[in-house]
Design a protein around this ligand. Structure first.
Ligand SMILES: Nc1nc2c(ncn2[C@@H]2O[C@H](COP(=O)(O)OP(=O)(O)OP(=O)(O)O)[C@@H](O)[C@H]2O)c(=O)[nH]1
Ligand SMILES: [Mg+2]
Length: 293
């Protein structure tokens, strides 16, 4: 080192580099060293070494960022793109009966034999309830799983249906009572106990459970109509309870919401076809004719 003949600032920077923990600290110290190292024949080896360290640090950082991006993309794949009027996630412990309920609600035939850990990835299906398409997502069991990830799937849905097994109902319920405030705070949920609240082998009970799931969503169906045309009863717009005329427009198209001035409503209003403002709260079954600028 003696032949280097560097000043105290250089050695201070070298000390900072050795003590550096983060990428930013390391890079700042190396850049200082590069700046402060004497530029003469005897220092060429050191100079090359500093440059090499900077290059390697940059590459390491790039690799780290690529890895992070890939992990993020992987996490996104866990979420199922929303389709239909609302999304419902079924969650519960191993063999609680999630897949059997999923099949009963959607008409799908995913394996549900009683073998533990049968469901390995979230699976979407559609439940049709009075012309509303409700997307149901079956999930792998919470037993021994990455809970945060499974709860995130439920949080992404409008409603979490918590399936409890008949055998361990109390134990499972107390688990959810403790964890819902952590993972699903202020989120809609519905507890169902297999073979107590419903039985998938009974058609009437499946119909009743469809109604309960739909009811727990707390949504309204609104039918739009164009001027001088009948209402589109086959395509309801599904919105959370308390939604306004402006929300209907927003759900259909952003630009539509911007041009909206008033609406005419049939159903919840005093008079059929009554004119209302954009903040009018709609009720289930209302027919709305949007008027633009
Ligand atoms: N009789 C009756 N059996 C049910 C009902 N629901 C589920 N089962 C049975 O309970 C067992 C477990 O049901 P699954 O639906 O596979 O449970 P799961 O929660 O999806 O299980 P994993 O995916 O492994 O976590 C199967 O043998 C089902 O046939 C029900 O309503 N009635
Ligand atoms: Mg399953």
């Amino acid at each position: 080192m003696a032949s280097l003949n560097a000043g105290p600032e250089y050695y201070a920077a070298e000390g900072r580099y050795r003590g550096a923990k983060t990428y930013e600290e390391k890079m700042a110290a190396l850049e200082d060293m590069l700046r402060l190292v004497p530029k003469h024949k005897g220092s060429q080896g050191i100079l090359a070494e500093i440059r090499d360290k900077i290059m390697r640090l940059k590459k390491e950082r790039e690799r780290e960022e690529t890895r992070k991006k890939a992990a993020k993309a992987g996490a996104r794949r866990e979420f199922i793109k929303k389709q239909g009027g609302a999304q419902v996630a079924l969650i519960g412990f191993v063999n609680a009966g999630k897949t059997a309920l999923f099949n009963a609600l959607t008409g799908k035939k995913m394996p549900s034999t009683g073998a533990p850990f049968e469901t390995t990835v979230p699976e979407p299906g559609m439940m049709n309830y009075e012309k509303v398409q409700v997307q149901i997502i079956d999930t792998p069991s919470l037993t021994n799983a990455d809970r945060a990830r499974l709860f995130a799937v439920a949080r992404n849905a409008e409603l979490a249906v918590i399936v409890l097994s008949k055998e361990n109902e109390a134990e499972e319920r107390s688990f959810f009572d403790a964890l819902l405030p952590v993972y699903l705070k202020d989120h809609k949920n519905l507890f169902l106990v297999r073979e107590k609240d419903y039985d998938v082998s009974d058609i009437k009970s499946v119909a009743a459970i469809k109604k309960r799931v739909y009811g727990a969503l707390h949504v309204v169906r609104v039918y739009t109509k164009a001027l001088r045309s009948p209402a589109e009863y086959s395509h309801p717009v599904v919105l959370p309870e308390g939604s306004t005329v402006a929300d209907v427009a927003k759900k259909i198209h952003k630009e539509l919401a911007q041009g909206l001035t008033y609406a005419k409503v049939w159903g919840s209003t005093k008079f059929a076809g009554q004119q209302v403002g954009v903040n009018y709260v709609l009720k289930d079954g209302d027919v709305v004719e949007l008027h633009l600028k």
